[in-house]
Design a protein around this ligand. Structure first.
Ligand code: SF4
Ligand code: SF4
Length: 439
């Protein structure tokens, strides 16, 4: 099998959040492969940990990815203050001529794909276009580690996750995919209940609230965070959209600070959240401004979590309008000219200031890797952990499976990813889009 086929068989998907099937991403020609190890979401430590303990796997995954796409250059981008990770990566790269490190300061969102590409190549990916349109492929460092495993015939069965927030001992764990979240919280010393605490899957800026505490860990879960329901972050995230629109009407003074600090606007993509707030306040969608700009919003949340002095949520409004436009079939038009802000680097928001602004400073602590083997007697493995169509079950109830066995296949001619058993045991249920295995 060639590299792309091996990656496909192993069920590798983008581990950084989007879950795009990696075999599709690698089935192209590109000049540069960029490894995203920026991990800009506050409180998450997964990529940093991986770069410390699996630098060799990441570099070897990079070589495979470069070979697959025919790239002449591989760049591993990470933060300069991740000292241990930087040292282990330097050792792993050694004297390889075509792979190098790109060290960044700690700002948010350093890991945004378009910002990262601009930082490394000075090329801007236009609205609605892909990194490939500027001859680049961007892959998360965890995905590269999975690619290295795929080269040895090992499928994706586990995921590194950080358990953090309002827990006694934040920790980073390697967890079988499909393991329920609730018992993992105990390993971080959490004793609270869902009455008083809210659960966020992902990071505090781009993650989502999860009401089901027994939801399974998936191939894209990077963070599991808990906060008191009274924490401003949770109050903000649970606020109904109608109330946000009323607040926009009553409070938004059109100062345009949200637009001035928007990282995608600084790239020259004409993202204008203040205009969308005006449209929401006036109840008039014609006021949203440049549609291409709106569709280029990355939902990074910086406008909400940092820029607006009145606690308004322009990012939520951007997402609302963007979704409506996309559902109506609106797509970006080719950009005529992209002019990047000459003050782009001066506008970058230091992560420490964002963390302070979000009331997260007390939770910004190490989450060291635990080498404890996670024992789980039951997993619920979703058939959809990726972009595209759900996998089709390749097993039936009563089947005995071994860890690593194929249990879900890609539907014919569809975008999707294969799914594998993360523990050995018996298939006890196939329902609601999941395959349940008991050890
Ligand atoms: S949402 Fe906030 S930052 Fe943006 S224009 Fe309104 S008041 Fe200013
Ligand atoms: S979420 Fe806000 S800051 Fe981020 S890209 Fe969208 S408009 Fe810009």
């Amino acid at each position: 099998m060639n590299i792309v086929e091996l990656v496909k068989s192993a069920g590798v998907v983008g581990a950084g959040g989007a879950g795009f099937p990696t075999h599709i991403k690698l089935d192209c020609k590109a000049a540069v492969v960029i490894a995203n190890g920026a991990e800009c979401e506050p409180l998450l430590r997964v990529d940093q940990t991986l770069m410390q303990v699996h630098a060799d796997r990441i570099v070897s995954g990079m070589e495979a990815a470069m070979t697959a796409v025919g790239a002449k250059l591989g760049v591993i981008a990470t933060k300069s203050h991740y000292h241990e990770a930087v040292q282990t990566l330097k050792r792993a790269i050694g004297d390889k001529k075509h792979t190098r490190l790109h060290l960044m300061k700690s700002y948010y969102p350093a890991g945004d794909e378009k910002s990262l590409i601009y930082d490394i190549t000075e090329r801007v990916v236009p609205s609605g276009k892909l990194p490939l349109d500027v001859n680049c492929v961007v892959v998360n460092v965890a995905t590269l580690s999975n690619i290295a495993d795929a080269m040895e015939g090992k499928p994706v069965t586990d995921k590194f996750v950080t358990i953090g927030g309002d827990v006694a001992k934040p920790v980073t764990l390697c967890v079988p995919i499909g393991a329920p979240i609730k018992p993992l919280l105990k390993l971080a010393g959490f004793e609270g209940s869902d009455q008083d605490y809210a659960l966020i899957i992902g990071g505090p800026c781009m993650g989502h609230l999860e009401e089901n505490w027994n939801a399974p860990v998936t191939k894209t879960t990077g963070g599991i965070l808990v906060f008191k329901r009274s924490h401003p972050l949770i109050v903000q995230q649970t606020m109904p959209l109608e109330r946000q629109a009323k607040l926009a009407q009553a409070v938004c003074c059109q100062c345009s600070q949200c637009t001035q600090l928007c990282p995608r606007n600084a790239l020259g993509l004409n993202v204008q959240p203040h205009k969308v707030m005006r449209a929401a306040a006036m109840g008039d969608a014609k006021l949203i401004g440049d549609v291409n700009g709106l569709l280029a919003c990355s939902s990074c949340g910086l406008c909400t979590n940092y820029a607006c002095n009145f606690g308004l949520q322009p990012s939520a409004m951007m997402t609302e309008f963007k979704t409506k436009l996309l559902n109506a079939g609106v797509r970006p038009k080719p950009e005529e000219r992209i002019v990047t802000d000459s003050a782009l680097s001066l506008k970058r928001v230091p992560t420490s200031r964002l963390i302070a602004r979000m009331g997260l400073s007390e939770y910004d602590v190490p989450a060291p890797l635990s080498h404890e083997q996670i024992q789980t007697k039951r997993v619920m493995i979703p058939l959809l952990m990726h972009a595209g169509k759900p996998a089709e079950p390749a097993v039936t109830v009563g089947d005995t499976v071994n860890r690593g066995d194929l249990i879900g296949t890609i539907p014919e001619k569809a975008l999707g990813a294969a799914v594998h058993a993360s523990i050995s045991g018996t298939v006890v249920k196939i329902a609601r889009g999941c395959i349940e295995i008991k050890a």
